[in-house]
Design a binder for this molecule. Structure first.
Ligand SMILES: CC(C)(COP(=O)(O)OP(=O)(O)OC[C@H]1O[C@@H](n2cnc3c(N)ncnc32)[C@H](O)[C@@H]1OP(=O)(O)O)[C@@H](O)C(=O)NCCC(=O)NCCS
Length: 229
């Protein structure tokens, strides 16, 4: 179907310019090296291949978080959301975690989701920290509004940082937002934000070459264990 570009210009929201997130590498607790890098809009179909199997895993709220993330990434791909970005964690080229969010305005960020596809390695924790690093250190924002859908998410963000409660509604429509301010970030940074730059070229080349995805059964087993099959 031909795209009516005149109408598209009305339907597509304006985008706030964002600097690139410089890639970094994190050595995980199992010794594997995870490349954290920014996704391009064109990467969305490949990313969705890893999100799709998670839609059917009820454990730890993977289903609702994946369904929302799926929609958010499609909205970015199809130009239906304002100023969204997505960061990826890859090990040996395989996608092991995803974080996304967007800019509400120049100074306020809206955190969307964190999905750890491989577990027990704090992959989600590292990626959430990378997302806060992007908002504060690279985009130069003052605060980020955050909610959690799961008890693990609540422990990881609200308790570990710790975030401050507010009465500000969050775009995801759940409980009121919790806020990460620049001050909270700078205090938590030495404890929670890790990684080395630059990423050695062969590692980065491998990550950029292809976003590999594990098969459904492997993803299910990694997230929910053998009993989750
Ligand atoms: C929340 C989340 C991103 C945290 O990722 P993470 O930091 O990599 O942490 P893990 O999920 O591996 O581990 C969290 C806890 O689950 C437990 N866990 C680890 N591996 C597990 C496995 N294979 N099966 C079940 N539980 C496991 C551990 O006890 C761990 O506890 P800890 O806090 O003592 O370390 C991740 O759990 C996730 O993607 N959850 C579903 C989506 C979600 O809730 N997102 C956050 C809301 S926006």
């Amino acid at each position: 179907m031909p795209v009516d570009m005149e109408l598209e210009m009305v339907l597509r929201p304006p985008q706030i310019p964002m600097p690139p997130y410089p890639p970094k590498v994190i050595t995980l607790a199992n010794g594997k090296r995870m490349v954290v890098r920014q996704a391009e809009r064109e990467d969305v179909p490949a990313i969705l291949k890893s999100v799709h199997p998670c839609l059917f895993i009820q454990r730890d709220y993977y289903d609702i978080v994946s369904a929302r993330l799926y929609g958010e990434l499609l909205a970015w791909y199809r130009y239906r959301v304002k100023s969204e970005y997505c960061l990826l964690g890859q090990v040996d080229g395989y996608l092991v975690g995803i974080v996304n969010g967007r800019l509400e305005n120049e100074k306020v960020g809206m955190s969307y989701h964190t999905l750890a596809i491989d577990r027990g390695l704090r992959i989600g924790s590292h990626l959430f920290a990378a997302k806060m690093e992007y908002h504060i250190d690279y985009i130069g924002q003052d605060e980020i509004l955050i909610v959690a859908e799961s008890p693990i998410g609540f422990r990881r963000w609200m308790v570990e940082y710790p975030l401050e409660p507010t009465k500000i509604p969050h775009e995801l429509g759940g409980g009121d937002s919790w806020r990460l301010t620049r001050e909270i970030y700078l205090k938590a940074k030495p404890r929670l934000v890790v990684g080395d730059r630059p990423v050695p070229k062969p590692l980065l080349d491998e990550a950029m070459a292809e976003i590999k995805f594990a098969d459904d059964a492997t993803i299910r087993e990694r997230i929910a264990g053998l009993k989750g099959r």
